[in-house]
Write a protein that binds this ligand. Structure first.
Ligand SMILES: Nc1ncnc2c1ncn2[C@@H]1O[C@H](COP(=O)(O)OP(=O)(O)OP(=O)(O)O)[C@@H](O)[C@H]1O
Length: 619
């Protein structure tokens, strides 16, 4: 039995729109202009290991060769029509779709030639995002929201007028047939939510709210039952025919019912077209080539069986098919491209201010936080345990007689306190950020908000946590360790704990932005921290560092935190050895604090830049 959690209409943090009393007008989602997407002479190749340089899977030399994937493709996907791209596995369907969406990585490993055009105007990634949406195979959505909340969020990011927002949400829920599950949580890996088909429709609707003229989808029916697959393609068909959108998708083995919904078909074999044109002409095209689809067969099953490259019998016919395509389809395609309209592109206009974007992002984060508080409870639990551990291990360490061993005990406890704060802050971010990162990349590519809005919106919830958690940990351990019991000392200790925790959370975010794979993150994080710890001055007096490594101590916020906490604790105390000399403390309390504040800003700026680079690299 399927269990979905249904939520009431009034949810704090997100303004919900009432769909019940709205009259729907499907034309309100109609795009202003038709957009014809076309592409000319697309050639795409990637560098791969030369098979001749391998023997039984063992690489003998490092020689590489260029593997052509798309071989001079030219085509058109007219506005107001559904274009389906089909082909055998590895034919290049997804690659073609990615090129149309300007999503192929630009690096030395791949080569792309040719032009992509929208209404005869060349476009790049930035422009594409303003008139089109790309819906990838894996639906990346906030698990803790309902479809209605997700659409409301997307609408509020684009339209300033609440009535327009409401209209968009209502209309999209209706056109995606999500009214019944509009208040159920989307769910995902952590907990079960709406069904796979509803999830796919939510994913499509999420993009539609902003009213793109073109919708590109990579295998929108994969993993769905035949009924749901038909329902989704049928909805896409309605979007094309009733709302003049350009719909393009890749699909494997469509049923006969789904085939009937296509307007236009592109068939790919080994990176070349063997057919491109209206659905109605495909049967004649293959009949003229001598391949008559049996009466009882699904035409697409039959044609796809002819396209299986592994079949030796098929391979004999490919040359004939390519030649026939060049003679019969290609001239028509060229004609259609030339005759296409030169209408202006209906580019999305963001109506809301950055402040409103930040507010909405912060509200959504708060909602996610209240809906799935487990992460928060875990952080609180860890903080309490760490506070108790620190206090237990260093119980009354600061009640001392001034001996060297007493001094070592106190500085050990202070260093551990700093280190503990750093580890908890870094881990808390790097373990959760990889999931958020995917959502950010999807939403940024839909031009839902700016990178800076996302970054600031995220900090609004993170910073209070970065204040509360270190205070909690230090309040538990402070008196257990028996540190200086004066108001000034307590305040300074807590203040430095907050500063170092905030720096470490910025570092965590920086690592999370640079590396996408959790295994890589967990492998890299300890080595990032190692120099900060080794050169902090606790393990060795900085005077004894080699001159060429001495500078590293200045880059370590742990050095500055350790110095302030020590200065506060050792103030007015007499020891057999002077702690200032022993650890070579040379900066002074306030210099350390200013530097720590500087580090907090610096690492947040680095994290922001990493987010920016991450986004640009994935274009
Ligand atoms: N970066 C790459 N490096 C090496 N080979 C690649 C790369 N990108 C694509 N290919 C190869 O290009 C071919 C086309 O890939 P693509 O994903 O476009 O195929 P497809 O038609 O969508 O296949 P499927 O239906 O199985 O998803 C495949 O043989 C794939 O292995």
């Amino acid at each position: 039995m399927k269990i979905t959690r249904v939520f009431p209409q009034n949810i704090p943090g997100i303004q919900l729109l009432n769909s019940n009393n709205q009259t729907s007008t499907s034309k309100s989602l109609k795009t202003n202009n038709l957009v014809d997407l076309s592409f000319e002479n697309i050639e795409y190749s990637v560098r791969v290991m030369d098979p001749k340089s391998q023997q039984r899977g063992i690489v003998i030399t490092q020689s590489q060769e260029n593997k052509p994937i798309l071989k001079g493709l030219t085509g058109i996907c007219p506005g107001g029509q559904v274009t389906a791209i089909l082909g055998s596995s590895g034919a290049g369907k997804t690659t073609l779709l990615n090129i149309l969406a300007c999503r192929v990585p630009k690096n030395s490993e791949s080569q792309l030639r040719g032009r992509v055009l929208a209404n005869h105007q060349e476009y790049d990634y930035e422009k594409f995002c303003l008139f089109a949406s790309y819906i990838m195979q894996n639906d990346i959505l906030m698990e803790t929201m309902t479809p209605k909340e997700a659409f409301t969020f997307a609408a509020s990011m684009k339209f300033s007028d609440p009535t327009t927002q409401m209209q968009r949400v209502t209309e999209t829920l209706k056109s995606m047939k999500l009214e019944k599950c509009q208040n159920a949580l989307i769910g995902g890996i952590t907990f079960k939510g709406i069904s796979g088909g509803e999830r796919k429709r939510t994913s499509i609707g999420y993009e539609l709210v902003s009213n793109p003229a073109c919708i590109l989808l990579d295998e929108p029916t994969s993993g769905l039952d035949s009924f749901t697959a038909f329902a989704i393609i049928n909805e896409l068909k309605q979007l094309a025919s009733q709302q003049d959108r350009t719909v393009i998708f890749t699909i494997h083995s469509p049923s006969t019912d789904i085939f009937q919904l296509f307007d236009r078909i592109m068939l790919l074999v080994g990176g070349k077209f063997i057919y491109q044109g209206q659905k109605s002409n495909i049967i004649d095209h293959f009949q003229n080539l001598g391949f008559t689809c049996p009466q009882s067969s699904n035409p697409m099953d039959y044609y796809l069986s002819l396209m299986q490259v592994e079949n030796l019998e098929n391979q004999k016919h490919f040359n004939k098919m390519f030649q026939y395509y060049d003679q019969n389809c290609h001239p028509n395609v060229m004609q259609q491209i030339t005759n296409g309209d030169n209408l202006l592109l209906p580019l999305k206009v963001i109506e809301i201010t950055q402040i409103q974007q930040i507010k909405q992002i912060a509200n959504r984060n708060l909602l996610a936080f209240t809906r799935d508080p487990l992460q928060f409870y875990i952080r609180i639990f860890q903080t309490i345990v760490q506070g108790l551990l620190l206090g237990g291990v260093f119980w009354k360490v600061a009640d001392n007689e001034g001996s060297v061993s007493d001094l070592m005990g106190i500085s050990g406890s202070l260093f551990f306190c700093v280190f503990n704060l750093v580890i908890s802050a870094v881990l808390a971010i790097i373990l959760t950020f990889p999931v958020e990162r995917e959502i950010f990349l999807r939403e940024e590519s839909s031009k839902l908000y700016s990178i800076s809005s996302y970054f600031i919106g995220k900090q609004i919830l993170e910073i209070p946590l970065c204040i509360v958690l270190p205070i909690l940990q230090e309040l538990i351990s402070y008196w257990m360790c028996g540190y200086h019991n004066t108001t000034e000392a307590v305040i300074m200790h807590l203040f430095v704990s907050i500063l170092i925790y905030n720096w470490a959370s910025g570092l965590g975010m920086l690592i999370g932005c640079i590396f996408s794979d959790l295994k890589a993150i967990l492998g890299i994080a300890p080595y990032t921290l190692l120099p900060y710890v080794l050169f902090s001055g606790f393990f060795a007096n900085p005077k004894f560092f080699y001159s060429w490594t001495r500078w590293i101590q200045y880059t370590s916020p742990i050095t500055y935190s350790f110095e302030v906490l020590s200065r506060v604790e050792f103030k007015d105390q007499l020891y057999e050895v002077d702690p200032i000399d022993l650890y070579d403390f040379k900066f002074g309390t306030w210099t350390c604090i200013y530097v720590l504040i500087g580090f907090i800003f610096l690492f947040r700026i680095f994290a922001f830049m990493a987010l920016y680079i991450l986004k640009s690299k994935l274009q």
